[in-house]
Write a protein that binds this ligand. Structure first.
Ligand code: AMP
Length: 395
């Protein structure tokens, strides 16, 4: 079998990928009009010329602003993407801080996150890799995290919690059942909100690909308050079962603004989680309580499945079928949108060039500009929703 990828090969692969930006010699006659379009566009916009340089670094393409947050192995900063003039979030990871294990984790994060395209998964736009740093350039979520929402507002109403839960279920259904990827670190801090208060799952730093057979995993990871009993018991586990346990903790916490299991030490927390008895009953409707009980079931095989949860009366309230309310659908590739491309064209990045790279399913400065523009364009078209605080009251 081929040797596992190393950071060096990832950097080389990325350079190769960036070098695949069309060049007159490489692309041949079929793309000649695109290439001359590109050169014309580059001449009209010096910034574009820079963005098309395969050796360009983060600062060539993004103006980096303040720190948004700190993750397990990198800082996330707000940045402005120079070509599209739109905001992005950049997670920068210093290579000096990476040992061999962490390097593999980052490679897995990039490989898996890059494949995911769902309305409730934060989009990884491009990766800019240098000898010192790996930068993951992502869709920016201006609404903060669900932790910040709970810190400022306290427990959520069931209407609001249900809306976020449905969005998490849509993303999880896509990750688990379509892409066969498990997250393994679902928590409030990794639930981001976009400008329309839509949830975006972030941080695939512990994600793994489990295949259609849903193979068992060994790595004990995640955040203690959200960790399943089988993790505390240090057993091999099914990744999707562990994600669903964390989802149960999340629903409980959204409704009560405290965790179901808390303790002064890790050992005491583990004992509580393995017994499965919550510190306090859930202060919510009987349906919500029944749902969370079915998810926070200690034996993984008896735990509610994703399908059980999607069909549960609390999740489905006021909807006939799960597919009416849960956004199951992801996308295999970026959809083409003439208006978003036309906006970039006006900024000097020719629509033909954009179409070429989008058609190749590339991850580079041009597709990053297009995806940012597309998201901005679609967000502007969304009908205004009532603010969550104003949503109808419910028990
Ligand atoms: P992470 O390393 O992905 O866990 O991110 C650490 C923190 O950075 C998160 O808890 C958020 O506060 C913030 N953050 C991460 N990604 C984004 C993003 N795409 N947009 C806005 N803030 C983010």
């Amino acid at each position: 079998p081929p040797p596992p990828p190393t950071a060096a090969t990832t950097a080389t692969q990325q350079q190769q990928q960036q070098q695949q930006l069309p060049k007159a010699a490489a692309v041949g006659a079929a793309y000649a009009p695109l290439v001359s379009g590109r050169l014309k566009a580059a001449a009209a916009n010096p910034q574009l010329a820079k963005t098309l340089d395969p050796a360009s670094g983060l600062q060539d393409n993004y103006s980096v602003l303040g720190v948004l947050g700190k993750g397990s192995y990198g800082e996330v900063r707000l940045a402005v993407h120079k070509l599209s003039k739109l905001r992005a979030a950049v997670k920068s990871i210093s290579r000096a801080k990476l040992d061999a294990k962490l390097r593999k984790r980052v490679e897995a994060e990039v490989k898996l996150h890059r494949q995911l395209r769902h309305p409730h998964v934060v989009r990884l736009l491009e990766v800019i890799s240098s000898s010192s740093t790996i930068c993951l350039c992502m869709q920016y979520a201006p609404g903060g995290t669900l932790r910040e929402v709970l810190d400022t507002r306290g427990a959520l109403s069931e209407v609001v919690a249900r809306r976020y839960t449905r969005q998490m279920l849509g993303a999880l259904h896509y990750c688990h059942n379509v892409m066969h990827i498990v997250h393994r670190d679902l928590k409030l801090d990794n639930m981001l909100l976009d400008a329309n208060d839509n949830l975006l799952i972030a941080d695939f730093g512990f994600a793994d690909s489990v295949g259609a057979s849903n193979r068992k995993l060994k790595l004990l990871c995640g955040s203690p308050h959200y960790s399943a009993p089988e993790i505390f018991a240090q057993q091999e586990y099914v990744g999707s079962h562990v994600d669903l346990w964390s989802l149960g903790v999340l629903i409980y916490t959204l409704l009560n603004a405290h965790f179901p299991f808390q303790a002064a030490s890790m050992e005491a927390l583990g004992k509580k989680v393995m017994r499965g008895k919550w510190d306090r009953p859930l202060n919510a409707s009987a349906a919500a309580s029944a749902l969370v009980h079915s998810i926070l079931t200690v034996a993984p095989a008896k735990r509610a499945t994703l399908d059980d949860i999607c069909q549960h009366e609390w999740v489905l309230a006021e909807a006939a079928r799960p597919e009416d309310v849960i956004p199951f659908e992801g996308q295999a590739a970026a959809p083409w949108n003439d208006e978003a491309a036309a906006k970039l064209d006006q900024m000097g990045c020719s629509a033909a060039l954009v179409r070429f790279h989008v058609g190749q399913d590339a991850h580079n400065h041009v597709t990053a500009a297009y995806e940012l523009m597309l998201a901005d364009h679609l967000a502007g078209q969304q009908p205004a929703e009532p603010a969550p605080a104003a949503a109808a009251a419910e028990p």
